[in-house]
Design a protein around this ligand. Structure first.
Ligand code: ATP
Ligand code: MG
Length: 558
């Protein structure tokens, strides 16, 4: 990221809060964190949170931690830890200092739980799951006090120690906060702070058989790390009461400059799903190739598809931050990547549905080299070498026997068209197979039209792309479309039933020989076709993923 330029960013409610906190000197420094749970790969929704947290730290010359919120050993995995680190770095952000793990605070969580017990603010409860539910009450009815609520401090200390020592079975008891069973916020009705889980943890091994709940661990982790502004999504709005309650009741953290939680609306994107549970299901059910399938809204999938870090950061900027829940149009994401790639992607030609063209008046055996611009609007990017000879490929869609009307600007019999970066050709005759499909088109070319208009002033408006046949490289093209056929698949009873059967179409054709050296993930514009990048996984070099078409076809489809 460019360090020296000052970026003017739109003010949002979080910036207003930070500005006020700096003005009143409540905080001297902005310290944020991105706290993923390592139970899946990051998606574009996480990217919003990453850009917000790391972006604020950068803008305010503060710091942002990467913290693995790894308090639930059952669902977590080192594979996810590694993928998350990779994705955050790829997006262009640097976490401050070492990576943090909530699990490295397990001793401290335990001691803080003991402090709450000693203050009479937590107790060990033996109600089973059904009883706990019954005692909790409902949104309209208050809950009832647990019969274990008045256990003495001494007994609770002993019981909690036994929990820690593995003397109770999983589910037999939990440690609960003693708050208010009639609170209008359900999360304040004596929430669980610790539960028993005999599970191996990827960082702490078998040291622990009790694990803290999110609401207890998260605020304390923030406080231990000196986080000033703890940003999370709106579904945690009610839990803010609990966040504050925990910190205000611990001697170490009950100060004005303790962390405060602020909520913003999560990103929902049309035609895809964002919950990790659902993404897991797509992977497990084999409906996509994996977490990094280019149709997935994961960072690794988008990276493989050809999205650039700059385009994702720009997208986050465009959607902004607010407290209003909404559904974001896919068109906004695609416009961001198109705008970036239009500037940086070298131009090249690829024919995805090839049909042979023979230029009958071109000398046999001769191959001509032509210098074509790498980027027509940016001469500095230089030139590339393309070829022309008697045999070429054009796209099947660019030929018709007879032009349907005067607006038709492609090749037809007795009609001229310009081959991009090369000559004007004219359709003369064609051959078909037994089914009537065109197999070869025979053309003539005008040798005086390389890089210039016809001398006699005749107008040739149409331009089509081509590749020279003898040097062209065979290539596979993977054309992706939206993964689901409905705008909000998460709303469906069976979201897998609304998968778009045409979300991947594979085509086989040819690219320019210069693509022999193409790098994986590097963007190219295949002229007239779209932005593509070489697949980063295929053993065969010449496999290209379509990142996005040249124009927005989404809004038209609606
Ligand atoms: P999921 O529902 O997909 O499992 P999560 O919120 O459980 O998501 P975490 O790993 O806990 O996933 O998320 C890490 C951070 O990313 C959290 O601060 C969370 O609020 C944020 N985040 C997750 N999904 C989104 C989203 N769609 N938009 C914005 N922020 C998000
Ligand atoms: Mg979560």
């Amino acid at each position: 990221m460019s360090q020296n330029e000052t970026v003017e960013r739109p003010v949002n409610f979080i910036r207003n809060i930070i500005n006020a906190d700096l003005d009143t000197k409540l905080h001297e420094n902005v310290q944020t964190r991105f706290p993923p749970e390592p139970n899946g790969y990051l998606h574009i929704g996480h990217a919003k949170s990453i850009c917000l947290n790391f972006g604020l730290a950068e803008d305010y010359k503060g710091q942002c931690n990467l913290r693995f919120d790894d308090t639930n050993p059952a669902k977590e995995d080192l594979e996810y830890v590694e993928s998350i680190k990779r994705d955050v770095s790829w997006l262009g952000f640097n976490w401050s200092g070492d990576i943090c793990y909530s699990s490295s605070y397990f001793d401290q969580f335990y001691n803080y739980a003991v402090e709450l017990i000693k203050k009479g603010l937590a107790y060990v409860c033996f109600l089973n799951a059904d009883e706990t539910r019954e005692y909790r009450g409902t949104l309209t009815e208050p809950g009832k006090d647990s019969p274990y609520r008045d256990t003495s401090v001494e007994d609770n200390l002993a019981l909690f120690e036994k929990m820690k020592n593995g003397e109770f079975k999983e589910g037999e008891c939990v440690l609960r906060a003693k708050i208010d069973m009639s609170s209008s916020f359900m999360c304040m009705r004596d929430p669980a702070l610790y539960r028993i889980k005999f599970a191996h943890h990827h960082q702490t091994g078998d040291t622990w058989c009790i694990y803290p709940m999110y609401d207890f661990a998260h605020c304390i982790s923030d406080a231990i790390e000196g986080i000033s502004h703890s940003l999370c999504t709106l579904e945690f709005q009610d839990n803010r009461r609990l966040y504050d309650w925990v910190l205000e009741n611990l001697n170490d953290f009950d100060r004005p400059d303790r962390p405060h939680q602020y909520e913003f609306s999560r990103l929902n994107l049309e035609y895809t799903v964002m919950s990790k549970r659902k993404l897991h299901q797509l992977v497990d059910d084999g409906l996509v190739e994996g977490w990094d399938d280019p149709r997935m809204p994961t960072i690794s999938g988008m990276r493989r598809r050809g999205y650039t870090p700059a385009s994702i950061r720009d997208f986050a900027e465009r959607i902004g931050v607010s407290k209003v829940d909404s559904m974001t149009e896919m068109g906004i994401l695609e416009a961001a990547v198109r705008d970036d790639l239009n500037k940086v992607a070298p131009r090249t030609m690829a024919v995805m549905d090839p049909i042979k063209v023979v230029i009958e008046n071109y000398p046999e055996g001769e191959v001509e080299s032509i210098q074509a611009p790498i980027h027509p609007q940016n001469e500095e990017m230089g030139k590339r070498e393309i070829f022309f000879s008697r045999e070429l490929y054009i796209d099947r869609a660019d030929f018709m026997e007879t032009a349907p009307n005067s607006k038709y600007q492609r090749l037809a019999i007795d009609k001229e068209v310009r081959l991009r970066n090369a000559y004007i050709i004219k359709g003369e005759r064609f051959e078909t197979d037994a089914d009537g499909n065109f197999t070869t088109i025979y053309c003539s070319y005008d040798p005086e039209t390389l890089g210039k208009k016809p001398a006699d002033g005749r107008k040739v408006k149409g331009v089509i792309h081509f590749v020279e046949a003898t040097k062209a490289l065979p290539a596979e093209f993977r054309i992706y479309d939206r993964l689901f056929t409905v705008e909000n698949p998460a709303k469906e009873d069976d979201f897998e039933a609304v998968i778009n059967p045409d979300s991947l179409v594979v085509k086989n054709g040819f690219v320019e020989p210069g693509m022999a050296g193409s790098e994986p993930e590097k963007a190219y514009q295949f002229e007239r076709e779209g932005y593509f990048c070489r697949d980063n996984k295929s053993a065969n070099q010449q496999v290209y993923n379509r990142t996005v078409a040249l124009r927005d076809t989404w809004s038209q489809q609606k």
